[in-house]
Ligand binder design. Structure first.
Ligand code: NAD
Length: 418
């Protein structure tokens, strides 16, 4: 599915939708459909067996008009330039929607990290960082974890950058281990943000969160965290999935046990339990449930399966899981789609807190992190919800109106150089 739909074409369609809604200057529309810069790098890696393997990597800045670039680094065999361009653009909207003084960026390496040893993964990360070093920095662009990258990978990136500068620069990446300048609450922040926004939406819709049944696609950082939070809230989690399979149980799965399993680096297809049924990722999306959380990759809900979605709410943990055609179908069906740029923005929000803490060399307690996170996300949610109600438009279009308007204003105020 990933290759079929180009996510950067999706981005352009989304820009056209919001431009039409608010009558955006066509020159600005054209500008927003471009990225500021992209770097393609070759990463030669000496493998443990002495052979040489060459990988391709990318770092893209979509917009730094409101501040330094911000965005994750993805290691996946499906990564390609247009995907990274799309992900960078979505970061621009996300930081703007939350009104953070940051822009949008993203990076990736086309590699299947499961096929690398830990040493090979470290060499790949270090060489990738060295290759993109001129494009990153605390006041240029600050990477963070994304699919198949984690705190350890951020530690290696921070080390390479610091070695080059001749001093420790923790603020060059976020999502680091706490021992070297990471923030408490960062690892669970995206899931926590999804939870806060979902709670707020349920309240608007008069739904009791604990009575809702849940399905989560993608059981990694984002999907695992939101599944755990909802499970502990008392929700029935009917199904979860990773890249290998989906697991379904009519009476609900034991999220804690499944998390224990995947945290050992194991795949769900190897998990065995009486009453659990293996299903495909495609089947999982169209099962009966109250809240569907796509938390894996892009283009999962398309015009092909949107009509078959049965949930009341789609809470986008992943970036770009729903195509514009599917969006229109879901809106017609009365399904509330909480868009990625709002729903999963808890990650970038706490990344911003980590960045501030690193710059000030002063670290916050978890209570403060979660309190500020909730405040910022609920402000964005309330604003988005209000616009969607006033104009009778989707939450996505409403969120885009806020985000794009702020970017357009920044462009207007700064003017075009020279
Ligand atoms: P992760 O690597 O921790 O987990 C990804 C999960 O998705 C894994 O369970 C993996 O097996 C599964 N998966 C991968 N490819 C799949 C496929 N083709 N079909 C089904 N499942 C598949 O990654 P993550 O950090 O949890 O990121 C997941 C999504 O959330 C991505 O879209 C990412 O851009 C987005 N996101 C992440 C963060 C963050 O803080 N990590 C923040 C905002 C958005």
């Amino acid at each position: 599915m990933v290759e079929e739909i180009n996510p950067f074409e999706v981005v352009k369609t989304q820009i056209d939708i919001v431009a039409k809604e608010i009558g955006l200057d066509p020159n600005v529309v054209e500008y927003l459909k471009r990225i500021e810069r992209a770097l393609i790098v070759t990463i030669p890696i000496l493998m443990d067996d002495g052979s040489l393997q060459i990988f391709e990597g990318y770092r893209v800045h979509h917009s730094t008009v409101r501040g330094p670039g911000k965005g994750g680094v993805r290691f996946s065999p499906h990564v390609y330039l247009d995907e990274v361009k799309a992900l960078a653009t979505w970061m621009t909207w996300k930081t703007s929607l939350l009104n953070l003084p940051l822009g949008g960026a993203k990076g990736g390496v086309c590699v299947d990290p499961r096929k690398l040893s830990k040493k090979e993964l470290e060499r790949l990360t270090r060489r990738y960082t060295a290759e993109i070093i001129n494009l990153i920095g605390p006041d240029i662009d600050i990477p963070a974890p994304d699919v198949n990258t984690n705190a350890q990978i951020m530690a290696w990136m921070m080390d390479v950058y610091s070695m080059q500068k001749g001093r420790t620069v923790p603020g060059v990446v976020t999502g680091k281990p706490i021992e070297i300048g990471g923030s408490v609450g960062r690892e669970s922040a995206t899931g926590m943000g999804l939870y806060f926004v979902l709670e707020a939406l349920c309240e608007k819709l008069g739904l009791k969160l604990e009575n809702q049944s849940i399905i989560v696609q993608g059981f990694g950082n984002v999907g695992g965290n939101i599944a755990e939070l909802l499970y502990n809230r008392g929700c029935k989690v009917l199904a979860v999935s990773d890249i290998s399979t989906g697991i379904y149980c009519q009476n609900g799965v034991d999220v804690e046990k499944l998390l224990e399993w995947v945290k050992q680096g194991k795949l769900l297809k190897d998990y065995e339990e009486k009453n659990y049924k293996n299903i495909t990722n495609e089947e999982l999306l169209t099962l009966e449930c109250d809240i569907l959380v796509p938390a894996a990759i892009e283009n999962q809900i398309t015009e092909k399966n949107a009509n078959a979605i049965k949930s009341k709410i789609v809470l986008e943990g992943a970036n770009g899981p729903t195509t514009p055609e599917a969006d229109a179908i879901l809106f017609k069906k009365g399904i509330h789609v909480v868009p990625d740029i709002l729903a999963n923005s808890g990650g970038v929000c706490v990344s911003y807190f980590e960045y501030i803490q690193d710059i000030h060399s002063y670290f916050w307690k978890l209570d403060r992190i979660n309190e500020e996170l909730k405040r910022i996300l609920l402000e964005a949610f309330e604003e988005t919800y209000k616009i969607s109600q006033e104009r009778n438009i989707s939450l996505r279009t409403a969120a885009y109106i806020i985000a794009v308007t702020r970017i357009a204003k920044a462009i207007e105020l700064r003017g075009i150089f020279p």
